[in-house]
Design a protein around this ligand. Structure first.
Ligand code: IPM
Ligand code: MG
Length: 364
């Protein structure tokens, strides 16, 4: 019998729905070409859920997520909901999903397609050959640490607190993910911390070093680098990096920086793993300014679908085919507005999605 997968689709807000639509169409196409079945269930999250139910994530949607084989997510948030209390902001849904599904490992591969060499704001000779993977810890650190919140002091001023917390097991498991990932790549891990100032990341450095030594990862090279230096090295010489493993907050920041090496944040996919169900989302946000105008770049979502095929659906060959098709369309000169260059063939979100599906059919 053909394998059958249940995918929960959470389009979210802004450009989320339009890029996710291209993602599900791609999945259906790939499923029929590679002989498996996908069934989609759709739910509201983020601002869309706030408008309908008064909160960013409802219990039925969370339940559907837990029962699915994988979750395909668009993006959440937008100016409309910015004024809301922290506890019910759209972004809370994302954090809750990550936590509830136990998705402690966030993989964000930043690979430059050679056709996009001139799309980056950096010099071509600097970004050429960039192919790195940010492994971001996703359910710990300052995003979740207690105490947190804003309190009013007796003198009428306020005090805001967030806490960076990491425990040994949290660091061990993300370090292992990074070492394992490096083994399948160029066998180098750069662990990023601020060990010269922050105790929590001094522990991070110690534990990563110990896991490397005690768990038999001697075949993988390990180096440590301070986050400020890493931010600089990423734009000075990105080729030096293979796998970067880092904390939740540093990973958030460095992965946006890494995205720009590839030309546009509209190109960066991500996979969140660690629990029974994987969650897949493009790294870009909701881009409210271009939402609903068929201007968004769907390629990050299509590459995200490739990650889903590889990590959750056991369809590695189909995943590689998707990546090849994206490369092919770029080589042929098709570009969405965010990556356009002189002489390119400018297309919208739908057309870009269609072109990739068409190439996959040819390649398969
Ligand atoms: C990301 C985003 C989220 C994060 C926001 C939307 C909560 O920036 O996935 O990188 O900070 O993790
Ligand atoms: Mg971010």
């Amino acid at each position: 019998m053909a394998p059958h997968y249940n995918i929960l689709v959470l389009p979210g807000d802004g450009i989320g729905p339009e890029v996710v639509r291209e993602g599900t169409q791609l999945l259906s196409e790939v499923a029929s070409l590679y002989g498996f079945q996908v069934e989609f269930e759709e739910g509201l999250v983020g601002g869309a859920s706030i408008d309908a139910y008064g909160k960013p994530l409802t219990a039925p949607v969370l339940k559907l997520a837990k029962q699915s084989d994988a979750v395909l997510l668009g993006a959440m948030g937008g100016p409309k909901w910015d004024g809301l209390d922290y506890a019910i902001r759209p972004e809370r849904a994302l954090l809750a999903l990550r936590q509830e599904l136990g998705l402690f490992a966030n993989l964000r591969p930043a690979k430059l397609f050679s056709a996009l060499l001139s799309a980056s704001t950096l010099k071509p000779e600097v970004v050429k050959g960039t192919d790195l993977l940010v492994v971001r810890e996703l359910t710990g650190g300052i995003y979740f640490g207690e105490p947190k919140g804003v309190t009013r002091l007796p003198d009428g001023t306020e005090r805001g607190v967030n806490t960076e917390v990491y425990t040994t097991p949290e660091i061990e498991r993300i370090a292992r993910v990074a070492f394992e990932a490096a083994r399948k790549r160029r066998k180098k891990v750069t662990s990023v911390d601020k060990a010269n100032v922050l105790e929590a990341t001094e522990l991070w450095r110690r534990v990563v070093t110990r896991v490397h030594r005690e768990d038999g990862y001697g075949d993988v090279e390990l180096e440590h680098i301070l986050v400020d230096n890493c931010a600089m090295q990423l734009i000075r010489n990105p080729k030096q990096f293979d796998v970067i493993v880092t904390t939740n907050l540093f990973g958030d920041i460095l992965s946006d920086e890494a995205a720009m090496l590839t030309g546009s944040i509209g190109m960066l996919p991500s996979a969140s793993l660690g629990g029974k169900v994987g969650m897949y989302e493009p790294v870009h946000g909701t881009a409210p300014d271009i939402a609903g105008k068929d201007l968004a770049n769907p390629l990050a979502t299509l590459l995200t679908v490739a990650l889903m095929l590889r990590h959750s659906l056991d369809q590695g060959e189909a995943a590689s085919r998707v990546e090849q098709a994206v490369e092919m369309v770029l080589e042929e000169g098709y570009r969405t507005a965010d990556i356009q260059d002189p002489g390119c063939r400018l297309v919208g979100c739908k057309e870009m999605g269609r072109l990739v599906r068409e190439r996959i059919e040819k390649l398969s």
